[in-house]
Design a protein around this ligand. Sequence first.
Ligand SMILES: [Zn+2]
Length: 256
Amino acid sequence: MLYYYTSVCALFGLLIGSFLNVVIYRVPRGESIAVPPSHCPSCGHFLKPWELVPVFSYLFLKGRCRQCHARISWRYPGVELLTAALFLAAAWQNQGVLNLRLGLNLIFISILIALTFIDIDTLTLPDVLVWPLLGIALAAAFFVPGGPSGWVSLVSAVGAGALFWLIALIYPQGMGLGDVKLVAALGAMLGFPLIILAVFLASFFGSLIGGSLLLLRKLKFRQHIPFGPFLAGGAVISLLWGERIIALYWSVIFPS
Ligand SMILES: [Zn+2]
């Protein structure tokens, strides 16, 4: 049953990934995510159901619009595959059990994927996604077992948010208020000590990748790179594997 439920979750992830592509494109433009139906951004051609099958339609259409032949970005199937892979990992980590906690983790992962690509595109983290993440995470901590307890979640949200707010005050060019709100939401979602791991991973990979881009001259010095994707990545890793990473860390520091 483990394989059955994890596969079902992965297929479900492909569909949700397809929906997240719509969210990523439309939310920053202030458009409705329900109407109009999916269409080609170049010629407005409304997509038929068979043109909307995740990944497979992209492959079948060879990455081009059927009507105007405009290139479709590889990012569309990329987001679908990423969502499927993370849904599979979340179901696996939950031992293939379908429960409320797994549902919550899938919601957290979905919102974080949308925020990642919106931040890459626009350097903003829209409130319409960050506030619900904070609200759901806090409510879940109080009412759904399997995550941080309610008070730990609340204190972690306030603590992480306050720390990042201070950093944003001291160093406003490096950190925006969007990052502050996101890190508070991640504090609520992960609790302590996982939020520390998430922020550590985000800072580590953020400086590693930022530094490499500078060295490769892909980036001008002081050009802004979004921190949201690194926070989201660190948070997903901590959500799924954080407890094991921390246990491994202690076993290396204090070998028994
Ligand atoms: Zn077209």
